[in-house]
Structure formats: C-alpha cells, structure tokens
Design a protein around this ligand. Structure first.
Ligand code: ACO
Length: 421
C-alpha cells in the first residue's frame, strides 16, 4: 500500500498526491489544489503546527517520553535540572556537563532588588500569585540588555539560564508577598528543589525534609514538558514574532493560568472540598453527567488512557503523606476515581485522571495554598517552553504564526448615520 494520499478537487478535477510521513501530510497540498482553499481546524485538533524532537506522547497507550527516555525512568532516577539539560540539548549530560549546568543555574537564582522592592510591592495585597508570576516573568526581561538579542547564541543561552534559575525565586517572592512575609534570598548551597522550598517556607530554623525535596523534584520532572499544549503553543506563537523569550514565556504562563489547562489542579482541590464527604461522590458524578460541570482533573485532549504522570504522582503522594500526614481529600479523590472509572459516561468518552487530579493533593499536604498550584506547574514548565522556543528559532520551516480565518460576517455595506439607525 502506498504511503500517500490523493486529494481531488471535484470543482476542477485537479488532483494532488502527497506523501504521508509518520501519519502527517503537508498542508501545502491543499494550496497546490487552490491557493485560496483553507483547512478549518478550530483548536488545531488535526493540525501538526511544527516538527519537534523534544517530547513524544502516545495518548492511546499512555506513553510519555522526553527525548526518547520514558517519563517513569526519569522520575525514578533523574533530577529536574538533569531533565532540563536533556530537554534543551537532546542528550543526557556527562558528569562534567551536568556539574557546569547545575553550577550555572545555581548562580543565576538571584533577581534584581527592584523586582522585589518596587515591582512586587506595587501589587494589591491579595493579588493572585499566578497573575503576579506572569507579570514578573515579563518584567524580568526588561532588566537584561541582551534579552532581545535572540539571534545571538550566548544571549539566548543567558536568557534560558536566567529564566530557569529565577522562576522559583519569582514564584517564592510572589507567595511571600501575598502572605506578608519577608522575602528569603536564594541559598546557593541548596539543590534546585530544596532552594525553592527554602525560599517558600524558611522562618527561623526551617530545614527542607529530604522526602519533600525529592517529591518536589519529581513533580518538577513530570511537569517539565508536554509537547504542543496550549501554553507551549502560546510560547511558539509569540516567539515566532521574534519577541524576547521573557515576553513569550509570560504569554505561555498566561495560557497555563486558565482552568482548562494548568489551572485545573487548583480547580480539582476546590471541587474535592466542595464535595466534602465520600457519600456525596455519587451525587456529584450524577451532576457532572447531567452537564452541571466537569469532573476536574479528568480528561485530556491527547491521553485517552491513564495519564502516565497521574500514576507517578499518585504513588509520590503516599511518600509525601508519610511526612505530612494524609490529605483528608485523598479519600474523596480515590472514591471519585473509582466511581468515574467504572461509569460508562467516563469509560465511553475515555476520560481518565490527568496530571492535575492528584498533584493538588500533594501540594496542599506540603502546605502550598491553592492559589500557588499553577505557579508550581509553571516553574518546571519554563524549561519546556524554552526548549520549544529554541527549537522554533532553529527550524527553517517556521515563520511568524499567522493562521487564516473562515469569515462569516456581513458582506460589504454602507455606513449609516447614527440618527438613521
Ligand atoms: N468531565 C466530564 N465530562 C468531560 C470531561 C470532564 N472532565 N472532559 C471531557 N468531557 C466530555 C465532554 O463533555 C464531551 O462530551 P460530549 O461528547 O458528550 O459532548 C467529551 O467528554 C469530549 O470532551 P471535549 O471537551 O471535546 O474534550 P477536549 O479534548 O476538548 O477537552 C479537556 C480536554 C479540556 C482537558 C477536558 O477533558 C476538560 O475540560 N477536563 C477538565 C479540566 C482538566 O482537568 N484540565 C486539565 C487538563 S491536563 C493539563 O492541561 C495539564
């Protein structure tokens, strides 16, 4: 059987035969038939907008790999910074490369004092930390002369290092401001996750618990990339205009903020708290089926099977609960999962728990307020955004993103003076 597809324009009888590679064919075939013909694909359900060699996702079989390495192996053996190197460079680092990379990130964790004293202080006392974080990422770029020099490899590297190194600092700064606590400076003797936890929680003799440090690192690994999701697509679209990476990352973070994307972990915990007790689970499931709302943390555009990250998070949750005590919402979550997975509504639609279903329970048990959950997602996703941005800039197929539209408005008509309307 030939690996081609033949399309005939019945209006003209014109035919094109195009190769299918890895299940993809170029849309230029459509333009060959008729340069004014467009594919209508709202939400890009059938559109591959780029080639990418970063992350492989098989939604039917619940597979996720970074640069070929299964997420399960990385979560068990690697660290977030090693994974960050892998995502950006395509290969795991040697011991020497890893040491240089970790040192580089560790020594870029501080932020300009004006970010803290003037920028953050300008927010209202109850500003949402994710709103602050989005703005802080964009503002960060204004402190660096080379932020816009995206064609210069050294400047690009500097921006990548700064964004990865400083995103935990910005996140902790937003949190400490929101609760009125003094800012903790980064401690360069600590690992990446321990430094973040220390900046978040240190008051007096605080010491990071090794199990929580590891859990934080695993959560960072699991959230580091997820191919062309809404936030990463925003990064690529904004990056395609050659905007600086700080502005593009702020756009990506804004996309992540939405409740259907990275905001879902926040929505899950609120939903579990609203359900309140296990005996309310069946009634809640019935209300979802009746269309009253969605079961947050369930369903995924690509995974039509168990999200592999959800399985890892579920088991990591028990390690965290050993230190923190069990989150009382866990039993409701387990009952919800069990009920949903045996209900034809969810089974037929292939709705399974996604990464957000259990992550919020861990975050909450670790002491993070609900408003910080999406920020906790954004910190590690920064590397995914940057890896895709870098790939985009090196891809000669890419141009400024500019989809076409299907115009459904009025035909030309004459202006009517206000008195005559
Ligand atoms: N609860 C109940 N029903 C659902 C859910 C859900 N969580 N998700 C999808 N459905 C139903 C839809 O109502 C629809 O039913 P219908 O065919 O009878 O109309 C069907 O399943 C298909 O749903 P779509 O909205 O077409 O699926 P889509 O791929 O567009 O949406 C999404 C994916 C946005 C993740 C969706 O499943 C959802 O809203 N989930 C809840 C929010 C959530 O957990 N988001 C986090 C995603 S993971 C992440 O971003 C990191």
């Amino acid at each position: 059987m030939p690996d081609t597809i033949t399309i005939t324009d019945d209006r003209t009888g014109k035919t094109v035969t195009v190769p299918i590679t890895d299940g993809v064919f170029p849309s230029s075939a459509i333009r060959e038939l008729d340069p004014n013909l467009y594919v209508y694909d709202p939400a890009y359900l059938s559109t591959a907008s780029c080639r990418s060699s970063i992350t492989y996702l098989d939604g039917d079989n619940g597979i996720l790999r970074y640069r070929g390495y299964p997420i399960e192996q990385l979560a068990e053996h690697s660290t977030y910074l090693e994974v960050a190197y892998l995502l950006l460079n395509g290969e795991l680092p040697t011991a020497e490369q890893l040491s240089i990379w970790v040192d580089d990130i560790t020594h870029h964790t501080f932020i300009h004092e004006n970010m803290r004293k003037r920028f953050v202080d300008g927010f209202h006392y109850d500003a949402h930390p994710m709103g602050m974080f989005v703005s802080a990422i964009a503002a960060l770029g204004t402190f660096y002369e080379d932020a816009k020099a995206i064609g210069d490899p050294d400047a690009r590297h500097n921006s990548i290092v700064r964004l990865i190194a400083k995103s935990p600092t910005l996140a902790a700064m937003c949190y400490r401001f929101s609760v009125g606590l003094p800012f903790n400076y980064p401690d360069n003797d600590l690992t990446y996750p321990a430094n973040f936890l220390n900046m978040m929680w240190k008051i007096g003799d605080y010491e990071v618990h090794p199990a929580l440090e590891r859990a934080m690192d695993v959560l960072f690994i699991l959230h580091a990339d997820h191919e062309q999701n809404c936030g990463t697509t925003a990064m690529r679209v904004v990056g395609s205009s050659q905007a600086d990476p700080y502005s593009a990352a702020a756009a990506a973070a804004s996309a992540l903020y939405g409740p259907l994307h990275g905001g879902a972990n926040e929505a899950v915990v609120r939903m579990l708290a609203d359900i309140g007790t296990i005996d309310q689970v069946p009634a809640f499931i019935d209300s979802v089926k009746a269309g009253a709302g969605r079961l947050m943390g369930f369903g995924h555009r690509v995974y039509k099977n168990y999200d592999p990250r959800a399985a890892i998070i579920k088991s990591a949750a028990y390690d965290v609960f050993e230190v923190t005590g069990k989150n009382p919402l866990l039993d409701i979550a387990l009952a919800l999962e069990e009920t949903a997975l045996s209900d034809p509504y969810f089974v037929d639609r292939r709705l399974y728990p996604n990464v957000d279903f259990y992550s919020g329970l861990i975050y909450q048990a670790m002491g993070f307020p609900i408003e910080m959950f999406t920020v906790l997602f954004a910190i590690p996703r920064t590397v995914g955004w940057l890896a895709h941005w870098d790939e985009l800039l090196n891809d000669s197929d890419q141009k400024i993103s500019r989809p076409r539209q299907w115009y459904t408005g009025e035909a030309e008509r004459d202006y009517i003076a206000v008195a005559d309307r």
